[in-house]
Design a protein around this ligand. Structure first.
Ligand code: SAH
Length: 220
């Protein structure tokens, strides 16, 4: 990354990120690690240059291929939920998209595995993550409905697109005590859920009403 990108000017500066961080704090995000990452990760590098000036607004933005970069509040909320019962060491992310959530998580966990079904998005995300010097992320082009069996079990799984129902395969790839953060339901009526695997059961907590793109089977 060149120095202008790293330090940024105007709308892309660290000061602007600090404003976003305070905004999320005002909206109820409490996890200091997550807030620190919001202050650290340059979100403008994850969107097209034409949208860079809007990168620190708390909104979702288009990233091409009909997909969106998640709203910062939602990224923070999901990351916080994943860490509520202790920081997970091995995490699976389904729906890499532009890689912003990936970058936030990579700074918090030991090993991150991320799957994206659209190859063009995955390639760009991989470049951005490398340019930030993050080396604890493994990428897979494929269908997240299958999870990542070779790397399972995970302490945490975060799904960034909404299935109609919770995929049993993903629940099966959770370690004991593992957490699954996932939006579930049809467009316009999705719930963000935190599931936690106990010894012989699953606990479920409703976090928010949300609006995600659908989790789609297959890859392209
Ligand atoms: N967290 C991302 C949000 C990406 S939007 C970000 O910060 O940018 C959700 C992403 O999930 C899209 O890129 C979409 O292509 C992907 N997706 C949808 N269904 C999928 C599946 N079955 N497996 C993997 N990725 C999927």
């Amino acid at each position: 990354m060149n120095p202008a990108q790293l330090h940024g000017i105007g709308m892309t500066s660290r000061r602007t990120r600090e404003r976003l961080r305070r905004r999320l704090e005002d909206r109820g995000i409490r996890d200091p690690g997550v807030l620190e990452q919001i202050g650290n990760v340059p979100r403008h590098l994850f969107v097209d240059e034409a949208l860079a000036s809007r990168a620190y607004e708390d909104t979702a933005l288009p990233i091409g291929q009909g997909q969106t970069i998640s709203q910062p509040f939602v990224v923070a909320r999901m990351s916080e939920a994943l860490r509520r019962h202790g920081n997970p060491s091995r995490v699976l992310e389904v729906g890499t998209g532009c890689g912003y959530q990936t970058a936030i998580l990579a700074g918090l966990v030991d090993e991150l595995y991320t799957i994206e079904r659209i190859g063009a998005l995955l390639d760009r995300a991989r470049e951005r993550i490398a340019s930030l010097g993050l080396d604890n992320v493994r990428f897979r082009h494929g269908d997240g409905y299958a999870g990542w069996p070779e790397a399972a079990p995970f302490d945490g799984i975060l799904v960034a697109a909404a299935p109609a129902e919770i995929p049993a395969v993903l629940v099966d790839q959770l370690a004991p005590g593992g957490r699954l953060v996932i939006p579930v339901g049809r467009h316009g009526m999705q719930k963000l859920l935190l599931l936690r695997r106990t010894d012989d059961d699953m606990e479920e907590e409703l976090l928010d009403a949300v609006s995600f793109v659908p989790l789609v089977g297959g890859s392209e």
